[in-house]
Design a protein around this ligand. Structure first.
Ligand code: G6P
Length: 610
């Protein structure tokens, strides 16, 4: 989604902010722009498409100047063209502004501003802010006061950064609902929507909270609250190293991240398994065992891939911990009238920790008195900061838009949490130990499954022309069917559906013919025999079956046209293994179809608007 990078210091700013912007490319965008303060004037450059197009337009000689803002836009209001790209300026070009989020009352503000004589150049909601700031700034208000004043009129979500030609080395930034941070260098400061934009230069960052404003100059930064009163904020050290954020020798981030899963899982589990006691150590829960015992119900809320792992969590919690658990799309939960109280544990799952709907759902749960936990990957992200406690995934930076390693780490983290809850309740020490041992063995089993990549690649070759693919699974592997289908549609634009295998009879079976491959996730678990019958039903109708099955299986294997084997593990952990071939399958199909795997069309890595 939209990216912001701003710099003020002594170095040529344009090159620095463009370099930072490229580090945010993975988040998904459709146009880019740059504003530089030069000799008391603001110069603005914008282009539709990739940052490379903007760079081409800029030519070899970048505009000089030591204060600049850059932006990648993911269109919400108005087409992705140069006119609508950010930065946006006021009537006189004194103010330039970049914005992530949505100004909800932009229509009314635009009408009022037009009546007062302002001329609009774009169709965006953002531009109203430039004109609102202009009105106050033109009357003599310093930039920061003009920004504070303008923000009082807007409704909606924003992360903004603003320049003024009258204050050439100042950037004013503000946040409400859209992530923003200040990064501290020597004699220079940055503002960015994501730490990855600045990590090449500094690791010291201050995360802004909602309704905070930052004023940056080369030698100072100040954080203010919405009344412009100064605030003390903690400086956080970001320990992700740049190497892990680069592609290394891999063709795509997605492939790199798929193959990293033995390591990312080890990191999720490290230091947490207590084999002897048959339980786990989770240092960040911030909740006593007594309070955990008072929990009567769990609601897990998330979006996208994280929602799929939530479904697996539901099955785990109910089977092992015997706590009634429900899964809610965050976007639905937040606008319903959900029944939660202080005996409800609301768990938000989010790779980025910034997904607007998940964040809002957790805030709503908190407001209603529920205890909130986050299963989050990005350390220091907004969800991680706002929940009562949580379990970090420690999967390392995930850059590929299609989530892979975060998914398997989420399942592992859910198993950890289930063990914790289960051992306080119904789960015996022996059962606990069994799960701990199976978890400890998982990274090694993941390595074995990933070794089947060449085989999956061959199967992908056979499926590359398919227009529709059906994914079927039961029990713990029903959510894996959903995730497999999501992976395929996200990156290869092939229509795919995930279904509980038995539910197929209530509709999708009508679609089955020899042109529609059906992927069965059919390991030998508690529902295996039932799945065998479903495979028979598909074969009886001439369907082509690709099966993910347990090593040595013969039941489904004899029916399948193609098969990929996974090792045996506990039922609840099979999704970690069965998801891997599906990630690889989607990857290889997309590559063969010539799709841009790391930056699929229209998608964003971190969805910071609702
Ligand atoms: C976007 C991403 C998905 C991700 C979803 C939820 O749609 O493209 O990969 O699963 O957001 O993101 P989160 O960061 O909250 O897990």
């Amino acid at each position: 989604m939209c990216g912001i990078v701003g710099y003020t210091g002594a170095r040529p700013a344009a090159a620095l902010v463009l370099e930072g912007l490229k580090r945010l490319e993975y988040r998904g965008y459709d146009s880019a722009g740059l504003a530089v303060v030069k000799d008391g004037r603001i110069e603005v450059f914008k282009a539709p498409g990739k940052i490379a197009v903007l760079e081409k337009e800029l030519g070899t000689k970048l505009p000089s100047g030591t204060t600049a803002l850059a932006h990648t836009r993911w269109a919400t209001h108005g087409a992705p063209n140069a006119k609508n790209a950010h930065p946006h300026t006021d009537c006189g070009g004194t103010v330039a502004l970049v914005h992530n989020g949505i100004i909800e009352n932009a229509g009314a503000l635009r009408a009022a501003l037009t009546k007062r004589g302002h001329r609009f150049r774009s169709e965006t909601d953002t531009e109203v802010l430039a004109h609102l700031i202009e009105e106050l700034h033109a009357k003599g208000a310093p930039l920061v006061d003009a920004v504070v004043g303008a923000l009082q009129d807007v409704e909606g979500a924003y992360g903004i950064a603003v320049l003024s030609s009258r204050e050439p080395d100042t950037i004013v930034a503000a946040r409400k609902g859209s992530p923003l941070l200040v990064a501290i260098g020597a004699g220079e400061h940055w503002v960015a929507s994501d730490a990855s934009a600045v990590l090449a230069h500094t690791r010291s960052v201050v995360y802004l909270d909602d309704e905070e404003i930052a004023v940056l100059r080369p030698h100072e930064y100040r954080i203010l609250d919405r009344t412009a009163a100064e605030k003390e904020k903690t400086v956080t050290h970001v320990d992700w190293d740049l190497g892990t954020m680069e592609r290394g020798g891999y063709a795509h981030f997605m492939l790199k991240e798929i193959l990293e899963q033995p390591e990312s899982l080890r990191n999720t589990l490290r230091g947490r398994l207590l084999e002897e006691e048959g339980t786990v150590r989770l240092g960040g829960l911030n909740i006593t065992d007594e309070d955990l015992l008072k929990i009567q119900r769990i609601v897990i809320t998330a979006c996208g891939t994280s929602w799929h792992s939530a479904l697996i969590g539901e099955y785990m919690m109910e089977e092992l911990a015997r706590v009634p658990t429900e899964v809610e799309y965050a976007s639905e939960f937040r606008y319903r009238n959900p029944i939660v109280d202080e005996r409800t544990l609301v768990i938000g799952i989010s790779q980025s920790g910034e997904t607007a709907d998940t964040l809002a759902a957790l805030r709503e749960a908190k407001r209603r008195g529920a205890r909130t936990l986050g299963l989050v990957n990005v350390v220091g992200s907004t969800i991680a900061r706002e929940v009562d406690g949580g379990v970090y995934l420690h999967a390392g930076p995930e850059i590929g838009v299609a989530s892979t390693k975060a998914f398997t780490s989420q399942i592992a983290a859910l198993a950890l949490l289930t063990l914790k809850m289960g051992r306080l309740r119904a789960l015996s020490i022996l059962q606990g130990r069994e799960v701990v041992r199976a978890l400890a063995k998982l990274p090694e089993l993941v390595e074995r499954v990933l070794a089947t990549a060449p085989q999956v690649e061959q199967i992908a070759e056979r499926l590359v022309r398919a227009q529709n693919v059906l994914y079927l699974g039961r029990g713990y592997n029903f959510p894996v069917a959903l995730e497999g289908a999501l992976k395929l549609k996200e990156i290869s634009y092939v229509h795919a559906e995930g279904y509980p295998a038995a539910e197929m009879k209530h509709g999708p079976i009508a679609l089955i013919d020899d042109l529609m491959p059906v992927v069965f996730i059919a390991p030998q678990d508690a529902v295996y025999q039932k799945v065998v019958s479903n495979v028979e039903e598909v074969k009886a109708r001439g369907g082509r079956v690709i099966a993910i099955l347990t090593e040595g299986d013969t039941g489904v294997a004899r029916l399948a046209d193609h098969k990929i084997e996974i090792p045996t593990t506990l039922d609840l952990l099979t999704p970690v293994l069965s998801a891997l071939p599906l990630q690889l399958l989607a990857y290889y199909i997309a590559v063969r179809r010539g799709c841009n795997v790391d930056q699929p069309r229209n998608l964003a890595k971190s969805v910071t608007v609702e």
